[in-house]
Design a protein around this ligand. Structure first.
Ligand code: GLU
Length: 403
């Protein structure tokens, strides 16, 4: 028998909450394993298989001996390919070099490396809200203070320069940006992004621009910070292969920053995980360098995401009381739960709705409390269209029952 009282968490993690997005998908998997037919619209994970040309490149790399350690910050050809892609956007004289790129085990590790290396006690970091669940925890793990900046739902929850200015203090050290956004699907226009990056530059804030959904945009392409920033000073661009290339399990992400910050993050990573998996780096290299194949794969997947989005929205709009944002990118729908705003503050309408849907309708979605907005819920439409449509019909029925 083990003594349950033998473990008390350290101060580092005493306040830590597990990732709600991961928890929802684990629960959906467990219920499926127990025989329930769950439609999982929880975690944001493309249902597509990794494109064949990427898998072939990885198999060839294994046969050629890609089974050993690499440089901590990643293989040079991959870092060069990432720099080349960045330079197709960045027009400044200070071209991006491979020395400014650090490859990590997923963009989650890249974001954590950046937060931990840049922020510390006494620092405040502005977090446009609703925000992806892990930003707040990463800032807290760095012992800095996350300052949520609530967006306006009428503008897809996007924040403005004025909102950021009023949340800032002399302690503000950084700003998290995420466009296209998880969980809202909102996309900042080039002008909106430029205005925010200009403010950050003037104030000397570090900007962590999480661009993991950059290639998943509908109508017009989404802008990278590298398209519009007045300067790359104090700019950290974070991206990876997981979402655009359906490569979640390969775990490859990266940062593009300065040689000095890259060196510091590499030193940090040399003590935590060392290099990202070698074969995965070769797979990512194929995704970034075999551009004809990659572009065809991305175009096809984005077209399917768009068709699912449209089909899902058409069903949701049959119920006029459902307030759903109009997403321009990523693969999420964000909507207000029934009963939202009706009860006392501290209520969790989104959590109640998500629980009801899972227990009564076998549909897994993520409560908006995970993202700082408890009245809302997030639906991922990165699943087969027929499943998305069936889930939306059940959601509408449940909404009518509870509203
Ligand atoms: N980022 C995706 C999501 O929000 C995957 C799960 C996670 O890492 O949070 O669902």
């Amino acid at each position: 028998m083990t003594d349950a009282s033998a473990f008390t968490p350290s101060a580092n993690v005493a306040q830590l909450k597990e990732s709600a997005t991961i928890a929802v998908s684990q629960r959906a998997k467990a219920l499926r394993a127990a025989g329930r037919e769950i439609i999982d619209l929880g975690a944001g994970e493309p249902d597509f298989d990794t494109p064949a040309f990427i898998k072939v490149a990885a198999q060839k790399a294994i046969d050629a001996g890609a089974t050993k350690y690499t440089a901590v910050d990643g293989i040079l050809p991959l870092r060069q390919a990432i720099a080349a892609e960045a330079n197709r956007r960045w027009q400044g004289a200070d071209k991006v070099t491979a020395a400014e790129v650090v490859v990590s085990t997923g963009s989650k590790q890249s974001l954590f490396n950046a937060c931990f290396t840049l922020f510390g006690p006494g620092d405040e970091v502005l977090v446009p809200t609703p925000a992806w669940v892990s930003y707040l925890e990463m800032v807290a793990l760095a012992r800095a203070t996350a300052v949520p900046v609530m967006g306006n739902p009428e503008r897809g929850f996007k924040v403005t320069v004025a909102m950021l200015e009023s949340a800032a203090t002399p302690r503000t050290k950084g700003l998290m940006l995420n466009s296209p956004s998880n969980p809202t699907g909102s996309v900042y226009s080039p002008e909106e992004l430029r205005a925010i990056l200009t403010l950050a530059h003037e104030r000397g804030w570090w900007v962590l621009s999480d661009e993991i959904y950059l290639r998943i945009a509908y109508g017009s392409p989404a802008s990278s910070a590298l398209d519009v920033a007045p300067s790359r000073e104090r700019l950290v661009v974070v991206n990876g292969v997981a979402k655009a290339y359906a490569m979640t399990g390969w775990r490859i992400g990266w940062t593009i920053s300065s040689p000095q910050l890259a060196a510091a993050m590499t030193a940090f990573q040399s003590h935590t995980t060392s290099n990202a998996a070698t074969v995965s780096q070769h797979a990512a290299l194929a995704a970034l360098s075999m551009r004809t194949e990659a572009d065809a794969a991305v175009t096809s997947m984005v077209a399917q995401f768009e068709a699912r989005r449209d089909a899902a929205l058409a069903i949701l709009r049959t119920e006029p009381r459902i307030h759903v944002l109009d997403p321009k990118g990523a693969f999420y729908l964000y909507l207000r739960a029934p009963g939202a705003g009706k009860s006392a503050s501290g209520s969790d309408a989104g959590g109640a709705f998500a629980t009801h849907l899972l227990e009564k309708a076998n549909v897994a979605i993520v409560p908006g409390a995970a993202f700082g907005t408890p009245d809302w819920v997030r639906v991922s439409y990165a699943a087969e269209q027929a499943q998305v449509e069936e889930a939306m019909r059940r959601l509408v029925a449940a909404f009518r029952e509870l509203a």
